[in-house]
Design a protein around this ligand. Structure first.
Ligand code: XCC
Ligand code: SF4
Length: 679
């Protein structure tokens, strides 16, 4: 005993563990800033990931805290289970029920995040239509006309027996009202569901999963996962599908569409990415979060003559905006504002010492930003009534669409006034890459569509003839439990090397921009010969940036266009296509995964899924779901194997379509040609 005590006393005091920058990220700018933070004694998410281990039972998905008799914890026994699985909570809930309920609540939360964002957009659109705000306008009337019919809103009227164009204002008002009612209409089904390929819509109908209204599906998940309600994991998954469809083919899709109507549909443009976009001699404003309603105004304010002149009176050369996360993607896609980094770099932007203001709205915002900001001059400004922070150095400027420009100018002015307060030495990593962003369903049609047919004909043709092997959607977050950006980049390189064209959104897209994958020149370096040839002919990158996370709806619609263009089956599940979220972390990713799977897409997540404690439920998601919707979940942490699984699925679909031979011929042709050329 005594000896024990002495040992403890003389035990050396360990210095706090910190992250190894090279293990934490593949990005040099990130590594540099992690080191700088460590030098200054400031912890970042990378260090915290080293000191705090995840809970083992939560990792397995089998901790239930849905009532006060718990938390009930049902880890898998170390040697697995032989015979009957007798594990149960106090109420008798099985591991399947518990894991399914936890999964369902992630779907509910993720759907809520996207769809509440969508609702805010719809509300602003309604005030535009009612002419209650003058700061926002309808920038893309063509888009409004294209979505109106999906809401059953007529775009023409009969005057004296003739069809004439209807007033745009009238259409806008009716679309706004119809759209907003999607969140709470008392009967019917969501209007956009019929945009899906017919067989898919019929499948949903047959299964009884057509969402009725967005809010209701979320509420129903909360009800069904309450203690003692739905205790059949299959039935719970059914509601997960219904709710996630209300996200992908509902709230998120409306967010995308109405943002396009008000702020303009993206078209390809050039920009840059990574922390190196910040400028020492400029006022740097970093915009972070998800809703572009405010950031649109901040962009306009920062570009206004009076604000630029004001910045100059304070000794700055101008105002540099930079984005983080999906607000960053929104202003990149529409205005070319460069992203300063992904989700995991948010603290690092402040650690440069050059961030005069960081403006945040909702989602993916670290509370630790407030602690980091305290060590510098940075003003951290929250703007959304539903997203405040407890720390007292955080400034809250509530944003209101009715005086949007005024609020935005107040924020920009605050940043400018703060420029002269920079104290700590400014160190901005020089790393940044050039990128082409701003793709969408419309611009893919323009670049890859046939000139005459004006649809996805050329894309389909190149898939059928085998130059393009298939389509992958690679999306989603960073996760401090994986090496920052490594999984995204390794998977995407493997895919394009194998002639799979990649559509990307979210932080995955920012990672691609940072690592130089979003330029047409990438094709010649990283692509297989077939994809390289197509990209070089039409002048596009092999990886197309389709926007923010709500813009995953663009991937659904692009897939639908491919189905419609013909020759590749009748439904999304027939396509040689696969989805991936390599470094996922948010509940939104689970909602997205579920609507992709329920729309027929084989969807592979990286890192880990909280399902291992409930093998039967896991098997249902990873295998059984395919028999119902044609898509299924999978998880693979190793990035190369991850990509190979997607490619194997694409090849399986090519075979089913009878187009596997075509690819062999193309590759043979190409090999011959290369031989000729080298002679
Ligand atoms: Fe957030 Fe959309 Fe994930 Fe990035 S990708 S970490 S959700 S910002 Ni959607
Ligand atoms: Fe335990 Fe059942 Fe309560 Fe969950 S609902 S905490 S499993 S008693």
């Amino acid at each position: 005993m005594a000896e024990e005590k002495i040992k403890k006393v003389v035990k050396p005091v360990k210095s706090p563990k910190v992250a190894d920058p090279a293990a934490a990220s593949i990005d040099e700018a990130t590594q540099q800033m992690i080191l700088r933070a460590q030098d200054l004694g400031i912890d970042t998410v990378f260090d915290r990931a080293v000191t705090m281990k995840p809970c083992n039972i939560g990792m397995q998905g089998t901790c239930c805290k849905n009532c006060a008799m718990g938390p009930c914890r049902l880890p898998l026994p170390k040697d697995g289970i032989e015979g009957e699985d007798t594990r149960k909570g106090l109420c008798g809930a099985t591991a399947n029920t518990i894991a399914a309920r936890n999964f369902a609540r992630m779907v509910a939360s993720g759907t809520s995040a996207h769809s509440d964002h969508g609702r805010s957009v719809a509300e602003v659109f309604l005030s535009v239509a009612r002419k209650e705000t003058h700061d926002y306008k309808i920038k893309d009337p063509g888009k409004l006309l294209s979505i109106a019919p999906h809401f059953g809103v007529a775009t023409t009227v009969e005057v004296d027996g003739e069809q004439v164009d209807r007033e745009l204002d009238e259409i806008a008002l009716e679309v706004a009202e119809k759209a907003l009612s999607e969140w709470g209409k008392p009967e019917g089904e969501l209007a956009y569901l019929k945009r899906a390929p017919q067989p898919l819509y019929e499948k949903w109908k047959k299964m009884g999963v057509l969402p009725r209204n967005i809010d209701r599906e979320v509420v129903e998940i909360m009800h069904r996962t309450h203690m003692g309600v739905d205790q059949d994991y299959k039935n719970i998954v059914k509601q997960c599908t219904r709710t996630s469809l209300a996200d992908g083919w509902g709230g998120a899709m409306m967010a995308t569409d109405l943002q396009d109507v008000m702020f303009g549909s993206p078209s390809p443009l050039q920009s840059e990415a990574n922390l190196g976009i910040m400028k020492k001699d400029h006022v740097n404003i970093i915009i972070h979060g998800h809703e572009p309603i405010l950031s649109e105004m901040v962009v306009a304010a920062a570009q206004s003559r009076d604000m630029i002149d004001y910045a100059k009176t304070k000794g700055a050369k101008g105002i540099q905006l930079g984005g983080i996360c999906c607000t960053g993607n929104e202003i990149l896609q529409r205005h070319g504002v460069p992203p300063a980094g992904t989700f995991l770099q948010q603290e690092l932007a402040i650690i440069t010492g050059a961030c005069d203001a960081m403006v945040v709205d909702v989602q993916c915002v670290f509370q630790n930003l407030a602690n980091v900001a305290k060590c510098f001059h940075t003003k951290l400004i929250t703007t959304h009534p539903i997203a405040k922070m407890e720390q007292d150095n955080v400034i809250h400027i509530e944003f209101d669409e009715h005086h949007a420009m005024e609020d935005a100018k107040r924020i920009v002015k605050m940043a400018i006034d703060n420029f002269e307060n920079r104290g700590a030495e400014v160190i901005i990593p020089r790393h940044k890459s050039v990128q082409i962003a701003g793709f969408g369903v419309e611009s893919i049609r323009y670049h890859l569509g046939g000139t005459f047919r004006g649809d996805y004909y050329t894309l389909n043709d190149n898939i059928i003839n085998g130059r393009i092997r298939g389509i992958a959607g690679v999306v989603g977050c960073n996760n401090a439990r994986t090496q920052h950006n490594n999984e995204h980049i390794t998977i995407i390189k493997e895919l394009i090397k194998n002639d799979v064209i990649v559509l990307t959104t979210g932080c995955s897209a920012i990672a691609c921009g940072m690592h130089g994958l979003l330029t047409p020149e990438t094709a010649g370096v990283f692509c297989g010969p077939g994809l390289a040839e197509v990209c070089e002919t039409v002048g596009i990158p092999p990886v197309l940036h389709l926007g923010s996370c709500v813009d995953n709806s663009r991937i659904l619609l692009a897939a639908t266009e491919v189905v419609k263009a013909g020759g590749l089956g009748k439904d999304i599940c027939d396509l040689p296509a696969a989805g991936s979220a390599p470094e996922w972390m948010s509940e939104k990713a689970i909602a997205i995964g579920q609507y992709f799977v329920s729309s027929g897409v084989y969807t592979v997540f990286g890192y880990h899924m909280p399902l291992d404690g409930a093998p039967v439920f896991k098997d249902y998601l990873y295998n059984e779901m395919e028999n119902i919707y044609g898509g299924k979940w999978d998880c693979e942490a190793d990035p190369v194997k991850h990509a190979q699984k997607m490619i194997a699925h694409i090849d399986k679909k090519r075979k089913e379509l009878g187009i596997d031979r075509a690819r062999e011929r193309v590759l043979m042709d190409m090999a011959d040609r290369q031989k000729l050329e080298s002679n």
